[in-house]
Ligand binder design. Structure first.
Ligand SMILES: Cc1cc2nc3c(=O)[nH]c(=O)nc-3n(C[C@H](O)[C@H](O)[C@H](O)COP(=O)(O)OP(=O)(O)OC[C@H]3O[C@@H](n4cnc5c(N)ncnc54)[C@H](O)[C@@H]3O)c2cc1C
Length: 288
């Protein structure tokens, strides 16, 4: 592999960050501090637990689901799902090191699980244990009414995304095609089909990328509001946008418009605002 000075500097910086800021590993710390209960094994829970361990706390993690769910919401989304922001800004723990600028589900989950293993959190996680109650007893806490176990602190890291929720839309029962939730795209056959994507958020764009890659015949996005469709910019385009940036600069607006158009044309879609998916054979719902 050829030597790239910027990449080399970036990787060096990453190593320095890991060395200076990573919480100490369990082998380096005496675990005789407060006992902390952490609810949820998504990236917030795992990262919080690693920091608690690094400060000598004893940690118990509670996870409502099975071991496969370590990684939280990322363990339950499509394999094609990825970060919307650049991974440089998605550093939930100093030791995290992404290879991709916009990593996909697999890489994100593997990074969360690596931290979970590294800090021996696998040894203190209780799976299939949903926390239904947390009660304060003096200066301590009781979880799930278990009075035999007291905690000195609680971290609630239960996330914001629950199970996929399929919306009810008028006439949905008469629709002859397949209706799929945006978080369940893996393996869905769209080749040669007309697709309607309902909703205009990040999940809609991911669904669009999926159908474009899997050879759909036609795709429409149905959105209540006008969308500003920003591609994950290539470095050169990003530089141009930054240099010309100003919402009142005509050149900036032209470049922005061109990038957006080129992206939507390359994905072969049409945007319909307040439309209906009447001529579609598959319909993706992106309403959560
Ligand atoms: C496709 C997609 C793309 C995203 N892109 C970005 C992005 O670009 N940037 C960004 O910042 N964020 C993004 N997010 C948001 C993402 O939710 C957060 O980044 C982050 O993963 C949330 O982690 P968390 O640990 O807080 O919650 P979660 O990952 O939801 O984890 C919560 C965990 O708590 C468990 N739990 C819940 N209730 C209980 C209970 N009562 N008892 C025990 N356990 C319980 C759950 O089972 C789950 O394992 C994206 C999300 C998705 C789905």
């Amino acid at each position: 592999m050829s030597f790239h000075p910027i990449l080399f500097l970036y990787e060096l910086l990453e190593k320095i960050i890991i060395f200076l800021f990573s919480p100490r590993r369990p082998s380096e710390v005496k675990q005789n501090g407060p006992h902390v209960a952490i609810i949820g094994t998504g990236l917030t829970g795992v990262s919080a637990a690693a920091h608690c361990v690094g400060h000598g706390c004893t940690v118990t993690m509670f996870e409502a689901r099975s071991e496969e769910s370590v990684g939280g919401i990322w363990a339950r989304v499509n394999q094609t799902s990825g970060l919307q922001i650049h991974s440089i800004m998605y550093r939930f723990h100093p030791a995290v090191s992404f290879k991709e600028g916009y990593p996909k589900q697999k890489e994100i989950v593997s990074q969360i699980r690596a931290v979970w293993k590294d800090y021996n959190l696998d040894k203190c996680t209780r799976f299939d244990t949903k926390v239904k109650s947390v009660r304060r007893m003096g200066r301590q806490w009781i979880v799930n009414e278990n009075y035999e176990e007291m905690f000195d602190g609680i971290v609630a890291a239960v996330g914001t995304c629950g199970d996929p929720k399929m919306p009810k839309m008028e006439g949905m029962d008469k629709f002859e095609g397949k209706v799929v939730h945006s978080s369940q795209l893996d393996g869905v056959d769209v080749e040669g089909k007309n697709i309607a994507i309902i909703g205009g958020g990040a999940s809609a764009i991911e669904a669009l990328e999926y159908v474009a890659a899997k050879g759909a015949k036609k795709s429409n996005i149905l959105s209540r509001v006008k969308l500003l469709f920003l591609p994950r910019l290539r470095k050169r385009m990003m530089r141009l946008l930054i240099i010309t940036y100003s919402p009142t600069n005509g050149l900036y607006l032209v470049i922005l418009w061109l990038t957006c158009c080129s992206r939507s044309t390359s994905l072969g879609t049409k945007f319909i605002f307040r439309g209906s998916p009447s001529d579609s054979s598959v319909c993706f719902s992106t309403v959560i």
